[in-house]
Design a binder for this molecule. Structure first.
Ligand SMILES: [Zn+2]
Length: 449
């Protein structure tokens, strides 16, 4: 306590036109403020109250801005931004086997993953994403990139039963995973390891159970693509006599520390299985649309109470990492697909991009809403713009009218990693230059054989 009676804190974000807490009662303060200290939120409320109570090392005056929790991207293959646009307008199986797998076997190395993840981190933070859940190869290099830019991340080491760029001999996967997990003993706590089993068709039941057991032993999130396409469901049905979700349930894979990416082709009973096991779902809509995989029954999954977050998937199938466009699309397409304009409201979709995503990743206790005790991951959106004027409902504007380019400031653990639309502590032009240089080699190899 200081002599003037004020409590010293590291940061005070005040005079925001609106503070959307995205908490359980969806409190909104207009105008509002947030105070944080040592990376943790210590107060959220009316700005006059917080200005009276706290003296901050740094105070941000945010007139014309809206404050909300940092967005959570629950399904990414970040390094694949270097393959953005190499295989468009193709069905998933052809895209994967004719374009992506050959390109990955030729180019994916630790330096590739570091550069591609850095590029993705730049795109994500500039668009208000503070946490991402990744799944790829050489994930130590993805962790290096996330650490450098200051993001929060769940980093899933890829596990498959066929040769991959970092495990040419699938029999050595256990050694690879052990080395990966060991590397996290030296990471900041905002970076957590995970295992990412590619899919029920690319991992054997024994591998799935081995990876899940390992995740249980270490308290890690288990990630997997599930029921992404009709082909996958038929394939798993013919191999195992049951659907992918039922297979995972029978193998004991589904629980609250399992994240199912996609879940497009799931029936009513499978939705109940996901809800009862408390498994999370990453709704990766744009990727599902671009690959014509289908449209997930999102309203039914929301109704069943499944923890659902939004995911962009990798840049090779989206082709960006923009959660604002994912929110807008998710709030609209299900209305048309299910002939009901009342489903997937702006509020429900915003909650998926924040606390829903955090819950699906098992991080609901520390991020996803602006509440005392949670980490200070925040985004300030500049609302003083023609396409956001007039403003009657901030939630409506965020989902239906705002763009990722409207994000001005971003904090993770109370550290400003984007100020005035500029990424801090990183030479972005150098990252873009290196990406273009590598892309010239990829272009030559893939398109001029
Ligand atoms: Zn994916």
């Amino acid at each position: 306590m200081r002599s003037d009676g004020k409590i010293p804190v590291d940061g005070l974000l005040t005079r925001a036109d609106h503070v959307l807490t995205c908490d359980a009662s969806f409190r909104v303060f207009s105008p509002g403020a947030v105070a944080f200290h040592r990376g943790t939120i210590v107060a959220v409320g009316p700005c006059s109250e917080l200005e009276e109570r706290y003296a901050a090392k740094e105070t941000w005056s945010l007139q014309g801005h809206l404050l909300l929790p940092g967005l959570v991207n629950t399904h990414v293959h970040a390094a694949m931004s270097l393959f953005r646009g190499v295989g468009d307008d193709l069905p998933l199986h052809h895209w994967l086997h004719e374009r992506i797998f050959p390109a990955e076997s030729r180019f994916v190395r630790p330096q590739f993953v570091h550069l591609g993840t850095l590029l993705s981190c730049v795109e994500m933070v500039l668009g208000g994403t503070t946490t991402f859940c990744d799944g790829y190869f050489f994930e130590e290099s993805a962790a290096d990139a996330a650490e450098r830019i200051g993001m929060r991340a769940v980093l899933g080491q890829g596990v498959l039963n066929f040769p991959t760029p970092d495990v040419p001999d699938p029999a050595r996967i256990a050694d690879r995973v052990a080395a990966f997990l060991e590397s996290f003993s030296r990471r900041p706590s905002r970076l957590t390891p995970s295992l990412f089993c590619h899919a029920p068709y690319s991992c054997t039941p024994e591998t799935l159970q081995w990876a899940k057991d390992l995740c249980r032993d270490h308290g890690l999130l288990f990630q997997i693509h599930v029921s992404e396409t009709a082909w996958e469901v038929q394939e798993i049905q013919s191999r195992y006599g049951r659907s992918p979700v039922r297979l995972l349930k029978d193998l004991g894979i589904l629980d609250k520390r399992t994240l199912c990416a996609h879940a497009v082709w799931v029936d009513e009973e499978e939705i109940q299985i996901l809800a009862q096991t408390r498994a999370g779902v990453s709704h990766s809509l744009e990727s599902n649309l671009k690959l014509a995989s289908g449209i997930a029954p999102l309203p039914a999954m929301i109704g069943a109470g499944i923890p659902i977050g939004l995911g962009t998937d990798g840049c090779a199938s989206n082709n960006d990492l923009d959660l604002f466009s994912e929110m807008s699309l998710a709030a609209k397409i299900h209305k048309a697909a299910f002939d009901d304009p009342t489903v997937c409201s702006a509020r429900q979709v915003l909650l998926m991009a924040t606390q829903g995503g955090a819950r699906a990743l098992g991080l609901g206790g520390i991020i996803g809403s602006l509440e005392v005790g949670k980490r200070a991951d925040l985004v300030a959106v500049d609302m003083d713009q023609a396409h956001l004027t007039p403003l009657y409902d901030p939630v409506s504007h965020l989902v239906y009218a705002a763009r990722s380019s409207d994000v001005r400031h971003v904090w993770v653990d109370g550290v400003p990693i984007v100020r005035d639309g500029t990424v801090q502590n990183l030479d972005v032009s150098q990252v873009l230059g290196e990406a273009r240089t590598l892309a010239r080699k990829i272009r030559t190899a893939l398109f001029q054989p």
